[in-house]
Design a protein around this ligand. Sequence first.
Ligand SMILES: Nc1ncnc2c1ncn2[C@@H]1O[C@H](COP(=O)(O)OP(=O)(O)O)[C@@H](O)[C@H]1O
Ligand SMILES: [Mg+2]
Length: 278
Amino acid sequence: MAMFLAVRLGKPLLLEGEPGVGKTAAAKALSLALDTPLIRLQCYEGLTAGEALYEWNYQRQLLAIRLAEARHEKLADADLFTAEFLQERPILRAVRHSGRTPPVLLIDEIDRADDEFEALLFEFLGEAAVTVPELGTFTALRPPVVVLTSNRSRDLHDALRRRCLYHWIEFPAPARAAEIVRRSVPGAAEPLIRSATEFVGRVRGLELDKAPGLAETIDWVSALSALGVADLTDAAVVSTLGTIAKTPDDLAAVVADARTAVVADAAVVADAAREETT
Ligand SMILES: Nc1ncnc2c1ncn2[C@@H]1O[C@H](COP(=O)(O)OP(=O)(O)O)[C@@H](O)[C@H]1O
Ligand SMILES: [Mg+2]
């Protein structure tokens, strides 16, 4: 619904949720569903307007100056600040996109950029426009579909939130997680998918440094599946836990939990086998 409304109302969508719940995947899926290009801006500390909006191509400007000097021609400032010397970065590229359908612009992990960077986005988010002082304002003919994501590593400005629709992606319940894993790892055995997603759901309740997300669950089931493991009773399970636990402490906690899970799973498998024979 959030994505449908973002497209319908032409409003940016802010997606928040823990790492690995599928925020980036959601923007990719949206561009696939709309059959339109995905333009991606990965945010990081120190990200500047020159990398996000546009930049002047200094090398080409210098070359033009040299060339003019060699030809004894006069160059005015206005000759150097033309569209020819403008380098589009993701946001300006999205605004000037001239395809049949507007692109999806993913501004990924906005919380990683410095908070001053958000202010640079206000004009674009509010008016689908980018102003280049030397050239004027570029306004999108068909505004791009904008998806911003945040892992909530810091709070975002109210002014940014106000310009966006909002959706919080919750870590899915085991049954839903199983559906997602089933689609992502088509070859995996059904009992493996079910017990693995349940196991991850439970492990997420432990006090971990980094609770495993869906990405980790998919990796784990892929690993077990590649090893030909069909359920959690297999001894190989413990040695594959590096796919879901990423620190020594987490690994120890998850391994301890897995040992009891392996026993419990063996009991379930044995029960099922007994039921089948009777
Ligand atoms: N709801 C989901 N549906 C399908 N795939 C998902 C879902 N959530 C996560 N994934 C998969 O898990 C991985 C990590 O998801 P990602 O979008 O990178 O998470 P986030 O951006 O929230 O940190 C991706 O490979 C993605 O395909
Ligand atoms: Mg992401």
